[in-house]
Design a protein around this ligand. Structure first.
Ligand code: HEM
Ligand SMILES: N[C@@H](CC(=O)c1ccccc1NC=O)C(=O)O
Length: 284
């Protein structure tokens, strides 16, 4: 329906180009519809021009490696969007919205873990064709991954210090995340609003047990606690899946980011965002 000559200066079809017949049906999306196209809305020319290989001659599997990581970062952006809104919903007492957004986060997190299957169709030999070109870059330098950890509740300023090659904007984003309330901080505000103390470990344990015992009364808070625990469990599942993939790909070789590799990643497996919610299980 549209040819090169239908396009205006910005490469979008002119209004006439979207007026026509499709499968026997007249289609005319009108003037406004004519200005926006699928490709221009989604910025596909820009998006699909961002996969630049380091290997030369090109290693066949490097496109897969780049694509997987870019998809991760797009989902990380969405996860941060949802987690920030969930945190803010907790702070303003909108408990239904807070758990609703966290459930979306869970679904994305499951997808992120499943994506490892795709990367594991790459053999260690084929990874070896371009791996040496990647050093010293590493997933360790993913700013959004670290933002998710900080926003979840695992703030560790030493990561900001150890980061190499951070831009000013990226450093500012991480520092902002270190300052702002986490999901856990917001959950404590929810408990306080329901009349529970959170200043000491004992007060917190009493509050969490009361919520767990009386789900009829505290159903919304219980559901929120479960949604946080689910987020924690799914993050742990990703770490576990990642380290096994790493062992499959590079065995016990050191990482391109300068760490011991799988050994370092195994040391992160016990990380939990919400230890209080896990400890509670023992007394239920
Ligand atoms: C062939 C596949 C992969 C291998 C061999 C691999 C290997 C490694 C290694 C060895 C580290 C430790 C840091 C270092 O010294 O480099 C690491 C960290 C990391 N990787 Fe990967 N990785 C792979 C795929 C991925 C993918 C698809 C992602 C998704 C974004 C990812 C995200 C991360 C993150 C976030 C860290 C930091 C973890 C932390 O500090 O707890 N990696 N990776
Ligand atoms: N750290 C990996 C290389 C790697 O996987 C990687 C390299 C550059 C950008 C992202 C990566 N993904 C996860 O660490 C390695 O040591 O093989």
């Amino acid at each position: 329906m549209s040819s090169q000559s239908d396009k205006n200066d910005e490469g979008r079809p002119s209004a006439d180009a979207v007026t026509g017949r499709w499968d026997g049906v007249d289609v005319n999306f009108g003037e406004e519809g004519g200005r926006l196209t699928y490709g221009s809305y989604l910025r596909l020319p820009q998006l699909l021009d961002q996969q630049r290989l380091e290997s030369d001659p090109p290693a066949h599997d490097e496109l897969l490696f780049i694509t997987i990581h870019q998809v991760y970062e797009l989902w990380f952006k969405q996860v941060l969007h949802e987690m920030t809104a969930s945190r803010d919903a907790m702070l303003s007492g909108e408990l239904w919205l807070a758990q609703h957004l966290l459930r979306r986060v869970h679904t994305i997190e499951r997808t992120l873990t499943q994506q490892v299957d795709i990367l594991e169709t790459m053999t260690p030999q084929d990874f070896g064709e371009f791996r040496h070109r990647l050093s010293p870059a590493s997933g360790f330098q993913s700013v959004q991954f670290r933002e998710i950890e900080f926003l979840s509740g695992a703030k560790d300023p030493s990561f900001v210090k150890r980061f190499r090659g951070l831009s000013d904007v990226e450093r500012a984003r991480l520092e902002q995340r270190l300052e702002e309330p986490t999901l856990w901080d917001a959950f404590l505000v929810v408990l306080e609003s329901a009349g529970f103390g959170t200043a000491t470990e004992d007060e917190l344990r009493i509050g969490l047990s009361a919520v767990a015992r009386d789900r009829g009364k505290y159903g919304a808070i219980w559901e929120l606690a479960e949604a946080l625990l689910q987020h924690d469990e799914l993050a742990a599942a990703w770490r576990a899946r990642h380290v096994v993939m790493v062992e499959r790909m590079i065995g016990t070789k050191p990482g391109t980011g300068g760490s011991s590799g799988a050994g370092y990643l195994r040391s992160r497996l016990d990380l939990r965002y919400y230890p209080h919610l896990w400890h509670l299980r023992t007394s239920l």
